[in-house]
Design a protein around this ligand. Structure first.
Ligand code: NAD
Ligand code: 89Y
Length: 340
């Protein structure tokens, strides 16, 4: 089978997970890497045995025939990068947060639409093994009519931000950085939202933005989701980077607890499952479930390209999660429930 040739843009902290995950897929070869800082691109090229490194995206695209691009840069760069890649009609996977405001996200989507080019947001939490397992059990056990969800990401492990120091200065921090994943999970399990009410808090003065938030979402199917997150939740063992979930339906309930333990309650019985991520040599705690999900997310990106179907987390789809994020900030600011 002919390998698809890809390029990776942005050789920073999280890109190491992206490249190691690409190496797990047999039908892929990442032939180029690009970073504005050529020293970083060169170092990345030698560390991961890549053929070419660049500091200019346009130059890279002019010199090579590239089937897809994986963008692992921060949100404020996405519109400019999207303008270039969509002009060259290169199918693109782009990291979250998709953009720093809704207007830029919509501009990126319309550029790709105009150029008939596939665009996926690398929204990886729904591709984590424990969450995929939850979804699989819900479908298999036919849990129906959801009425309640609680989706929680609380920890106090500095590793959740010390590698990403750009987060300290954001006026809007945790909802944009992590809430985006959790709102996407609410949509994944409970369907689309109708409104949101949020209270933000700052419990760590290293950060300009909120470090904790609680959101209440009314969903179109009349169910309610509570989403909460914190970087100041002290527990032993620490919970980073595990998303904990409780879901209730008309005929049962299911919980994803610490250490990937899943408990199903149905027909007056309790059944225990294990949602552990798969093991790979380069994956380790506490990032394991995030690292493994990068492989699953890449696979979804490539499979959808090959089968010419729209990605589950296409740019268009991600605007719905992003809209929850910005309406969440609006709700906290105005102290009122905001219609979506
Ligand atoms: P980083 O700052 O370490 O790396 C980004 C790199 O992109 C930098 O080296 C920068 O020079 C380069 N860059 C910026 N603009 C560029 C351009 N126009 N052309 C080429 N290179 C360019 O950032 P990071 O911590 O690796 O985060 C990248 C993204 O990944 C962020 O959006 C972050 O939120 C996301 N992230 C996602 C997860 C997840 O689980 N999905 C986890 C961590 C980080
Ligand atoms: O940036 C965040 C993300 O997207 O997943 C985990 C993280 O790296 C820190 O909480």
């Amino acid at each position: 089978m002919k390998k698809l040739k890809g390029a990776l843009i942005g050789c920073g902290f999280f890109a190491e997970n992206h490249i190691l995950a690409w190496k797990e897929l047999r039908n892929i070869e990442i032939i180029c890497v690009c970073d504005l800082d050529i020293k970083k691109a060169n170092k990345f090229k030698s560390k991961f045995n890549i053929l070419h490194s660049y500091s200019s995206i346009e130059l890279m695209l002019k010199k090579h025939k590239i089937d897809f691009v994986d963008v692992v840069t921060t949100m404020e760069t996405h519109l400019n990068i999207g303008k270039i890649l969509s002009k060259y009609k290169i199918p693109t996977s782009i990291q979250k947060p998709f953009a720093e405001n809704l207007s830029n996200a919509k501009k990126i989507v319309s550029l790709y639409k105009k150029n008939k080019t596939p665009l996926m947001v690398h929204e990886n939490f729904r591709w984590q093994s424990p969450l995929l397992k939850l979804k699989e059990i819900i479908n298999k056990e036919q849990l129906t009519k959801p009425h309640y969800a609680k989706i929680s990401f609380r920890h106090a492990n500095p590793v959740g931000y010390t590698n990403q120091t750009y987060l300290y200065d954001l006026k809007e921090y945790l909802t944009l950085d992590v809430g985006i994943h959790l709102f996407d999970l609410s949509r994944f399990f409970m369907g689309e939202a109708k409104s949101i009410y949020t209270v933000n808090q700052n419990t760590n003065n290293k950060f300009k933005g909120e470090t904790d938030f609680i959101s209440l979402i009314r969903n179109k199917n009349k169910s309610i989701t509570i989403v909460d997150a914190s970087i100041s939740s002290i527990k032993k063992p620490d919970r980073f980077a595990q998303t904990l979930v409780n879901l209730e339906f008309s005929n049962g309930s299911i919980d994803l607890d610490y250490n990937y333990k899943i408990t199903l309650h149905k027909n007056n019985k309790k059944k225990i499952y294990n949602g552990k991520p798969k093991k790979y040599k380069w994956i380790s705690k506490p990032w394991d479930q995030i690292q493994e999900s990068v492989i699953n997310t890449h696979k979804h990106f490539i499979d959808s390209l090959i089968n010419r179907v729209k990605h589950d987390t296409s740019g268009e789809d991600n605007i719905k999660s992003l809209s929850l994020v910005f309406n969440s900030y609006k709700s906290d600011k105005l102290r009122k429930e905001i219609k979506i």
